[in-house]
Structures are given as structure tokens and as C-alpha cells.
Write a protein that binds this ligand. Structure first.
Ligand SMILES: [Fe+2]
Ligand SMILES: [Fe+2]
Length: 337
């Protein structure tokens, strides 16, 4: 957080912690991270010790981010080059047949191919454009590897659902409000990747044992923005993506509302509403990673979403969620991942 900016109050204010990860990590924790299938009484967890352990792990020169398929990183870098052509991107993608198949199956969904079927990666690239193909590749790669942490499967499934929904909603909001949103979908997909990185770092390091997710929630929340930014940097993603994911619970950047941050905050809020309203879909009990109501209201105001405009945006978000659910029954809460 930039000095002098007041962070809107979180639901349970707690003293801010100083983090070695930089801006965006000294945050009030969220009390709302809860996991499916939790034990009745989680074992006690020394939150400050885990916090210190996580900060040390992330600050270590030996830290390695979660593995994202190399091909996905190459496609992301290639798609940013003005000179990139469809054949080149598809050629890189074909080096990873499992990822390529996953990309094609997502591209064939009604969300991307509403009128006629997409039959090949080349066709997907031509029809959707390189930017959308890049988004699909990262989405597929995250699902294959990153959102899978041994011992935390249920929490990771919920994080994957949350990230997918927020990515689609933030892209729609950027289109609706004419915000430049080239990287909106990726920011939505990756905004909470720091949560996965935190769990992975803890589960990779045997010292201290596997701490139950419920006990970890508030600590993870404190460090997750900084961790998301760190992971995006280590993956070589664009500085704009690093910045947005590293500040995604803040509306003000440099003293002013930032449009993409505002869109992410509104998308998170609408995702939480849909958790409640779309029966049996993205239900996450009390929500995975929420913002205070006043921050949502300020973000709506910053985007000019009031009255009828807000109602239309909400209706559109509901349609997106239902379309996602129709295409991917596995996104429904409680479905097999
Ligand atoms: Fe978050
Ligand atoms: Fe989130």
C-alpha cells in the first residue's frame, strides 16, 4: 500500500504486520476463509510463527514459485510480442500435448465458441485472437498443476473455482466499463495465486508439519497479495500483472482509484453474491477472500456503476456464472474436482 493511503477496514481489523514481501502484504486478515470438509476443531496453530515462516520462505533466494507449465509461460511471453503469429504460438503449445488438449477443450466451450465449434488450436487462435488464447493457456495450465496442493485439495478446488469466476467477471466488467483490460482475465485468474503459493511452500517444507487450512486462513490472507505478486514476477509475467495482483484488495494506487483494481474488487464482490444466489454453484460458505462492503461500494462508484448500470452488470455477472456452470459442472461446489 502506498504510504498515506488508508486501507478500507477489513471485516475483522487486526494490527498490520510489516512484511518482507513489500507493499500489499501488511494487511488486516480476513476471517472468512473457510474450507470444505473441515474438522470440527482444528488443532491449534501458532499464527505468528507460521507468518514468520512464510515470509522467510518467500524471501529466501532459494524460493521457487509453483510450477506453471513452461509452455504456458512461453505462450504468455510470445503473445505479448507484436510480431507473434498464430502458427508460432500454436507451434509452442503443441510441445505440451496435455496442456494443448486442455486448452482446446476450454476453447470449445459455449463461453468461447457460441456459434460454431472450434476444431483445432489454429482455429482457436484465429477465432479468439492471441490474447484470449494466451488467457486460455494460462487458465488450463493453472488447473493442471498450480491449484493442486497435496493435503489441501478441497481448499484448492475452491480457490480454482473462485479464480475462474473472478477472471470471467473482471473481463466482462472491463468490457462493460470500457477499461483497458488486456490483462484483466490473467489478473483475475492469478490474483489469489499467492494463497496456493503459501500452501505449497508450507507443504513442501516438512518442518512444522501440515497445518490445517482453517488455522492457516488468516495468516495466508495477510501475505497473499505480496505472494501473488512475487509468483507473477518469478513467472516473468508483465509488471502490470504483478502490480495488480499485488494490490488487488486496494482501490487506491498512488492515491487514486485504479480502474483494474476497482474492476477486480467489484468482480470479487459479485462472485461472493453469486456464491449465495446461484444455487449450488460457487458456494463457498462465508466466502473465500472478500472485501468490506464499503470498498465494494467505492469501487462501483469509481467505475461509474450505480443504479441501472450496476443492476445490468450484476445481471451479466449472473449470466456468466450460469454459463460457466453449464459448461463445467465440476465448478459446482461439492462436485468432484
Ligand atoms: Fe485476495
Ligand atoms: Fe479473491
Amino acid at each position: 500500500m502506498t504510504q498515506g493511503e488508508a486501507r478500507p477496514s477489513a471485516r475483522t481489523p487486526q494490527p498490520a504486520a510489516t512484511s518482507a514481501l513489500g507493499p500489499g502484504t501488511a494487511l488486516a486478515p480476513s476471517p472468512v476463509m473457510v474450507s470444505a470438509g473441515r474438522p470440527a476443531t482444528p488443532p491449534p496453530c501458532d499464527a505468528s510463527a507460521v507468518h514468520v515462516r512464510l515470509l522467510r520462505l518467500f524471501a529466501s533466494p532459494a524460493y521457487r514459485p509453483p510450477l506453471l507449465a513452461q509452455v504456458a509461460l512461453e505462450v504468455a511471453a510470445l503473445a505479448d510480442r507484436p510480431s507473434a503469429c498464430f502458427e508460432e504460438v500454436v507451434g509452442v503449445l503443441e510441445h505440451d500435448p496435455i496442456l494443448a488438449a486442455k486448452v482446446l477443450s476450454i476453447a470449445q466451450s459455449a463461453l468461447y465458441a457460441p456459434r460454431s465449434p472450434i476444431l483445432s488450436l489454429k482455429q482457436a487462435a484465429v477465432r479468439l485472437g492471441l490474447g484470449t488464447l494466451r488467457d486460455l493457456v494460462v487458465e488450463a495450465a493453472l488447473k493442471l498443476r498450480v491449484f493442486r496442493v497435496p493435503g489441501y485439495e478441497a481448499a484448492m478446488e475452491r480457490l480454482a473455482r473462485h479464480s475462474t469466476l473472478v477472471a470471467h467477471l473482471v473481463r466482462g466488467l472491463c468490457r462493460r466499463t470500457a477499461i483497458e483490460g488486456e490483462y484483466a482475465f490473467l489478473c483475475g485468474l492469478l490474483h489469489d495465486v499467492g494463497l496456493a503459493a503459501g500452501l505449497l511452500a508450507l507443504s513442501d517444507e516438512p518442518r512444522g508439519g501440515l497445518v490445517p487450512f482453517d488455522a492457516l486462513g488468516p495468516v495466508l490472507w495477510e501475505v497473499h497479495e505480496g505472494a501473488s505478486s512475487l509468483v507473477a514476477r518469478l513467472w516473468g509475467l508483465r509488471p502490470e500483472i504483478q502490480r495488480v495482483v499485488g494490490t488487488h484488495h486496494q482501490l487506491l494506487v498512488g492515491g487514486r482509484p485504479h480502474p483494474l483494481n476497482a474492476a477486480l474488487i467489484v468482480a470479487e464482490g459479485m462472485a461472493e453474491e453469486l456464491d449465495r444466489e446461484v444455487a449450488g454453484s460457487f458456494e463457498t460458505e462465508a466466502g473465500l477472500d472478500g472485501n468490506p462492503a464499503e470498498l465494494f461500494a467505492s469501487a462501483c462508484l469509481a467505475l461509474g456503476l450505480e443504479g441501472e448500470a450496476l443492476a445490468k452488470a450484476r445481471a451479466e455477472a449472473g449470466e456468466v456464472a450460469r454459463a460457466l456452470l453449464a459448461e463445467n459442472p465440476s465448478l459446482a461446489a461439492g462436485a468432484e474436482g
